[in-house]
Design a protein around this ligand. Structure first.
Ligand code: TXA
Ligand code: MG
Length: 359
């Protein structure tokens, strides 16, 4: 840290308060001086530092307790600036994907030497993202340098979607926390690798969906790490995918099956153990409301995505929980793929499929 204590600054989401710009300039100045700033984006909050300053980047890893072999993505205020840091101009796929930018997507491209190895964990590629969130975009513009930023959580914890989550995890470990409401999407960006002529590979699903990308890029490869567990010795295409992620303290179980069976199963667990349950709004009348978290209608995946990390994180406040049960549909289309991927990681692939158990 370069400040003695963390400055927590509230900014209005549409930058309409008169001192918003002053606060953002203060935070940008901290970045220029080699400090760390947490900032909102439409996906999750980020923990930023000047990507071109190696010691500033190292302090990100330190603040999060993040393994050094897990690369960071860099944030720019416009994709037109990407070519200074990676081979963007001549990339045959990027022009198709640009239409989703600014937005909840990260492109992995061949990096230029100017990007230090500490950012990319020694890889010859770098992830680039241009957030659409107004506060993020203005902040990055004022920094005038690429901002390296992972999610602003302690490594392994659910990603932070609201300012309280960032304060809880990182107050006292970073210089500035910019607070501007809860993230619209609630899941981290889609990551697509677009290197040279190679077939584009989806490394992490997000709000820019596989269907959206297939429509403009044609056939896309899916990283196996999205839906299946890595075995010892497997090489992760997105190194972050190999760690247990997004997980609260209690073990998480995903429960799927006929609606009635899931409700009965959950009610039964509630009678026999001190568990938390994450259910759809439609389930609420059928299960006990002790330690219950409503993650939205089963038909509203956007709401579920928006709520899921906050709900997982909230279970940590309940003492001596034995388990967290999450009702899932098993749907993998559209945004469901991203939600399912995060829940698979949070549960370490523990799925209770009631249909199969009854067979
Ligand atoms: O929405 C987001 O992407 C948020 C906000 C703050 O922008 N950031 C974020 O960063 O989620 P992080 O570090 O929590 O996740 C980035 C993921 C990690 O799994 C990392 O391994 C992977 O991206 N990654 C970064 N650079 C990569 C590269 N060059 N090749 C492959 N994977 C990469
Ligand atoms: Mg993260």
């Amino acid at each position: 840290m370069i400040l003695e204590e963390t400055a927590i600054l509230k900014i209005s989401e549409d930058l309409s308060d008169k001192d918003d710009l002053e606060k953002l300039s203060f935070a940008a100045d901290i970045i220029k001086r080699g400090g760390t700033v947490c900032f909102p984006t439409e996906t999750v909050y980020g923990l930023g530092a000047n990507a071109l300053n190696e010691s500033a980047v190292s302090s990100i890893f330190e603040a999060k307790g993040r393994p050094q072999d897990n690369p960071l993505i860099i944030h720019l205020d416009s994709i037109d600036k990407a070519d200074s840091f990676c081979f963007a101009k001549e990339n045959p796929h990027l022009s198709q994907v640009k239409k989703f930018m600014p937005g909840p997507i990260t492109v992995v491209l061949k990096k230029r030497d100017i990007v230090p190895n500490v950012v990319t964990a020694g890889l010859d590629t770098v992830g680039v993202r241009v957030p659409e969130n107004k506060v993020a975009n203005k902040f990055i513009e004022l920094c005038g340098v690429p901002v390296a930023a992972p999610s602003a959580n302690i490594s392994g914890k659910p990603s932070p979607t609201c300012p309280e989550h960032v304060i809880e995890d990182l107050s006292g470990r970073v210089d500035v926390i910019l607070c501007a409401g809860c993230a619209r999407v609630g899941l981290e960006s889609t990551i697509i690798k677009l290197v040279g002529e190679e077939r584009p590979t989806l490394l992490r699903p997000g709000a820019v969906t596989l269907e959206n990308l297939t429509e403009c890029l044609g056939d896309i490869e899916l990283s196996p790490a999205i839906l299946s567990e890595m075995k010892p010795g497997d090489v992760a295409s997105a190194p972050g995918m190999k760690y247990r992620h997004y997980a609260p303290n209690a073990p998480v179980f995903l429960v799927m099956g006929d609606e009635e069976d899931v409700r009965n199963f959950i009610s039964h667990r509630q009678k026999t153990e001190n568990c938390a349950v994450l259910v759809f709004s439609e389930d609420k009348d059928y299960v006990d409301d002790t330690n219950l978290f409503d993650i939205g209608s089963k038909h509203d995946t956007a709401m579920q995505a928006h709520m899921i990390f906050a709900a997982l994180r909230a279970t940590d406040a309940i003492p001596s929980l034995s388990a967290v049960y999450v009702h899932i549909t098993g749907d993998k289309s559209g945004l469901n793929l991203a939600l399912f991927n995060r829940l698979l990681k949070a549960s370490a692939y523990n799925i209770i499929s009631l249909k199969e158990e009854l067979k």
